[in-house]
Every structure is written in structure tokens, then in C-alpha cells.
Design a protein around this ligand. Structure first.
Ligand SMILES: [Zn+2]
Length: 183
């Protein structure tokens, strides 16, 4: 756990990876937030999608979308750091939401195993925590998929659009394996 401190109220902001890795919002006391778009990255993953929906339904996770202004600020910082290509639209939303919560007096920390998200959070003065701190130890890999023609691209692919049909690529989980032994 990084950052935080002071007397303001600690809140948790969750990204897609948290739900994919089995993070359970129902077991956490702090107020928790996520952005609406997390649902779109989870739509292909039944268990994670159910966990997300259930936590939202019972009010354990509040959905809130950040302003365009906050998203722009996150984009500026991530460009400076060279992380803008590895951040998905959802990641930028998660970071922008955490930034807004910080500006309204909370002490947010982001639960994410995504290095780019952690890196930008650090730069914004926002704390973060990786999933291993919650006893969750999985590894996973993203790939890029064209939602129109279903062509797949490696995560290192540098274009934002499909080179066949020009549709904006979406990020998907390629595989998820439970880590054995040390990570
Ligand atoms: Zn395509």
C-alpha cells in the first residue's frame, strides 16, 4: 500500500484487473468506487462480471464516471510518462475518478495489478495497492481484439485501430492462471 495518510477518509477505486483476479468487494469495509466502463471489459468473463454486478447491486461498489477535465489531466500525465499507449480507456477513467475523489477531500487508493496504472497513480500522488496485498495471486495477459472483424493483436501492438478494418481495438484477457509459489 502506498500513499494515503492524513485524516481524510480512505476510499478504494477498483479497475478491471481487480475483478478479473477475484477481488471481492463484499469483504472490504471501505467505501469502493469503479467507473461504468469496467462492465464492458468484464462482459466476456462470467464469474468476474457476476461479482462486479452483485457488488454494484448491493451498493458495495458505487459507479461514478469522471469529468472530461479529469480524464484530460490523466492523459497529459500518462503521455509525459510514456504510458499512454498501455492505458486503456477504462484505466484512464479509473485514474481520473481517483483524482476527482482526491480533489474532493478523500484519500483514494487504486487496487490494480497494472503497472502503467500504478505508475500514473504514483505521479498523480494517488496511492495504490496490488492484488497480492489481498491474498490474490493470479497472472494474466491482455491482448487486443478488433470488435468488428475479431482479428487479434499482441499487447505491444502500437496502433489504436485494427489494420484490417480500422475499428478501435478493445483490450481482452488472453489467459488467467493461478500463480503457484512466488510471483
Ligand atoms: Zn477489424
Amino acid at each position: 500500500m502506498r500513499g494515503g495518510g492524513g485524516i481524510s477518509k480512505k476510499v478504494i477505486v477498483l479497475d478491471t484487473s481487480a475483478f478479473l483476479m477475484g477481488y471481492n468487494p463484499l469483504s472490504i469495509e471501505e467505501e469502493q468506487f469503479a467507473v461504468n466502463a469496467v462492465a464492458s471489459e468484464l462482459s466476456f468473463e462470467d464469474a468476474a462480471s457476476t461479482r462486479f454486478r452483485m457488488a454494484v447491486d448491493v451498493g458495495k461498489v458505487k459507479l461514478r464516471d469522471p469529468s472530461t477535465k479529469s480524464v484530460k489531466k490523466v492523459e497529459e500525465v500518462s503521455k509525459r510518462l510514456g504510458d499512454s499507449l498501455s492505458l486503456s480507456e477504462v484505466d484512464r477513467g479509473v485514474l481520473a475518478l481517483a483524482l476527482e475523489l482526491k480533489e474532493s477531500g478523500f484519500t483514494p487508493f487504486i487496487v490494480s495489478d497494472d503497472y502503467a496504472v500504478q505508475n500514473v497513480a504514483d505521479q498523480l500522488g494517488i496511492g495504490y495497492s496490488s492484488l497480492s496485498n489481498f491474498g490474490i495471486r493470479y497472472r494474466f495477459q491482455w491482448i487486443l481484439v478488433c470488435p468488428a472483424c475479431h482479428r487479434r493483436y499482441p499487447p505491444t501492438f502500437s496502433q489504436k485501430e485494427c489494420s484490417i478494418c480500422g475499428t478501435i481495438l478493445k483490450r481482452r484477457v488472453q489467459r488467467k492462471i493461478q500463480a503457484k509459489g512466488r510471483i
